[in-house]
Structures are given as structure tokens and as C-alpha cells.
Design a protein around this ligand. Sequence first.
Ligand SMILES: Nc1ncnc2c1ncn2[C@@H]1O[C@H](COP(=O)(O)OP(=O)(O)OP(=O)(O)O)[C@@H](O)[C@H]1O
Ligand SMILES: [Mg+2]
Length: 448
Amino acid sequence: MASNRIRIAVIDDEKVSGLRLQEALADQGYPTDFFADGESFLEIFDHAPHDLVVTDMKLPGVNGLEILRRVKARQPKTEVVVITGYASIDSAIEATRAGAFHYLTKPIRLAEFENLVARAIEKIELCHEAADLRALMMRGAGREGMIGTSPEMVELYRLIEKVAPLDCPVIIQGESGTGKELVARAIHRLSLRREAPIVSFNCGGFSQELIANELFGHEKGAFTGAFSSKVGLLETANHGTVLLDEIAEMPSDMQVKLLRVLQEGQIYRVGGNRSVNLDIRILAATNRDLETAVTDGKFREDLFFRLNVMTVALPRLRDREGDIWLLAEHFLQKISLDFHKRIKGFSAAARTALAGYDYPGNVRELENIVARAVALAEGDEIQVPDLPPFLAKRREGQPLLGSLESLEKDHIARVLAAFRGHRDQAAAVLGITRSTLWRKMKKFGLKA
Ligand SMILES: Nc1ncnc2c1ncn2[C@@H]1O[C@H](COP(=O)(O)OP(=O)(O)OP(=O)(O)O)[C@@H](O)[C@H]1O
Ligand SMILES: [Mg+2]
């Protein structure tokens, strides 16, 4: 059965042959995005990855092999079928080595093509099912795979459980790498829409036209190059959930359009005059403070009001020190398995280094640090040299796990330095009287 969860792209600079493949896929029930060159494909793929990519090897500009590499680097689970023109087995073998699902040589026999696509799709569907199953298992044990027992995380789980069934828009706010996407998925799975798809779309760095095309789809002939009609992401997600990632980056004209769609509950495909009724729940993720973006005139107030029914704010990793440890252990186990390495744990010094860092990139940064360490580790324990040098440096510079007194001393010294010894100003900033400041300076041996 054709699944609407599978997104397919065909890239071919020869329109006739590309359209032939597109039609063959359409006959099997798979709507396909068609691209005449690699650049325009990659631009879309970066924002809304496809599950299966069929690409010609020889293309103007970025060639098929390069596309394959970029696709695999961004989304290893996407399957790629390459088509070689000149029975050039060498490049086909190179492509298979670089992770292509398979290759086909021209002239393409449709039966062979359809057979190959069916096998690729079977693999993709199995992979989706496994991911669903894993998520389901995780849900019982650890809230959609979210790790953390700090009061901030427990509060977050409670909030997710509360807002999930409400079927209202939710703004998910948090620094980069704090887990906004995980939270969005958790909300969807705990909602009444769980059987329908959740589709995510990154609004950043995209022109208005491209966003409209991706979100609303288009009718055949809507613009030059629209060889067939295309279902937009909003339609794909109908009865489900749409995660609009980096919502603050959405161009303002598009904000107007989105607001209209949400108010009217229907969309028109680009170039179309037939409306489609829409029943979707919007989750909007942002690492910026949307309220400030509204005040600064960067985000439309009317759209903000529409979306701002509930806000879920994610804690920063450095504000929940206890979780650093749990997460580090969790990633160590998971990544050692992936890398086929037997690593028991972290040395005491490595633990201290990990605990003392402030993780501007939050959980994702910690995950990357652990992955790098697992790759480098030689024995059965992660040692300090396996960690990035900036962790060790930071520890020598200023231990984060020091006593309150030493933090107080450092802080006073910094404020004094900032005001070049002006005690009145320093005391005012510190919120203490001049005489208290004087006593503390004496106690800590600080000079103005
Ligand atoms: N509480 C958590 N437990 C386990 N893994 C987590 C947790 N939070 C985040 N992660 C992992 O950290 C990585 C980043 O999470 P995610 O992509 O959800 O962050 P994000 O807030 O959307 O980041 P960005 O703003 O950069 O898009 C993912 O691999 C995710 O699985
Ligand atoms: Mg994200």
C-alpha cells in the first residue's frame, strides 16, 4: 500500500526521462518532487528531507555522486538510487560504496525501475516502523526517549502531558539543542492525533515562494517547471500535527499567509482555485523569545496571538547539572553500541571535566562530545584527552563546581574590574552597601 509518509525526489536534467520516472511513481501511488538540477533539490532537501532520492549521475552543476554524499551526510536513512548514463560501472560502484541503495543504467526499463523502487520503499517503511516501535518502547520507560530527572525536566514532562491532549497550538521555546523537536514529537504522540502524521518544516533561510510551494503545494502549470501537481506539507499532515521549526525566521509575507490559513481552516495550492479543508495542529518551535521578536517588529503580533495559546519552555542543560551525568551515560551506552566499542564509563577526571562545562549547544553538544570521545577512546574508559580541549581548559580557568564562597569572590573581583575599582558603582550593581563590599574585599583579599 502506498504510504503518504514517503517523500520521493527525482532529479534529472532531461525532463522527458525525469517525467517518465515521475509518472511511473505516480502510478504506484507515490507523489514525487521533480528537480532539473542538484542545487534546487538540495535547497529543499536541507529543509524537508525526502525518504527516497532517484538521481541522474551526470547533471549540470552538482553531480549525482555529490548529491548522494550530501544526502547521506544530512540524512543517513534516506535511500538513494543513482542512474548512470554510459554504462559507466566505475561510477556506479563508487556510488554503491558511498551508500547508494542501488544503481540503474540507461536506458531504463520501467519494470526494473519499479521493482527497485518497491524494494527501497519496503526498506524505508521497515525503518519507519522500527523507529515508531522504538519510540513506543521508550515512551513507557522514559517519556519519548527524553532523559532527565531534574525538577525542571519533571516539570516539563508534566506540562507536555497536560498540553498534549488539548489540541491547541503550542509554542516550544528553548535554546538550540535543548530538545524542542523531541518535545514536539512527544506532544504529538500523546495527543488525539497520534495516528495521523506529524510533519516538520524548517522555516529558516527560505524565500516566500519556496515556503508557499512546500507548505501549500501547487497545481500543474502553476509556474515554469511545475510539471505536475504537488501536495503540500500542510495537506500531507491533514488531521495530524505540523511542527513549524524556527518559526521566528519565517518571512513576514508568509506569516500573513499562514495566519489566514489558520483562521480560515483551508488552503489553496499555489496556482489552484480549489480549496482543501485543513484540520491540523500547529506546534511552533523557536530558539528566540517570540514576544521580543514581536516588540522588535520582527514577528507579526496577530500571528503570535494566534499561536501563543500555550508555551512550553525547555530548560538549558547547564541549569540542570544532575542531568548532564545521566545524559552522558545514556549517550555513552548508545554510541558505544553504534560504534561497536566496549567502553565502560568515564574516568574520574573526565567526569569532572564534563560536569564543569556550560554547554552552549545543550544536549546536542553533549551528545557530540560523547560521540567524539567514544570514537577516540583507546581503552575501556573515556579519558580527559578524548574530550575536546576546551573542556579541560575551562576547568583550569574557573571550576564551575566550586564553593559558593569562591564563586562570590570571583564575581566581586569581576564586577570591581568592570568598574575599574569604583566601589560605589560596584556595590550598587552587586546589590550590597559600600561597607559590606569593603568587608568582603578585606575578607577575600581583593584590591580595588
Ligand atoms: N532530554 C533528552 N534526552 C535525550 N536526548 C535528548 C534530550 N534532549 C535532546 N536530546 C537529543 O539532543 C539532540 C537535539 O535535540 P533536538 O533536535 O530535539 O533539539 P532542538 O531544540 O530542536 O535543537 P535546534 O534548536 O538546534 O533545532 C537530539 O539528538 C535529541 O535526541
Ligand atoms: Mg530542532
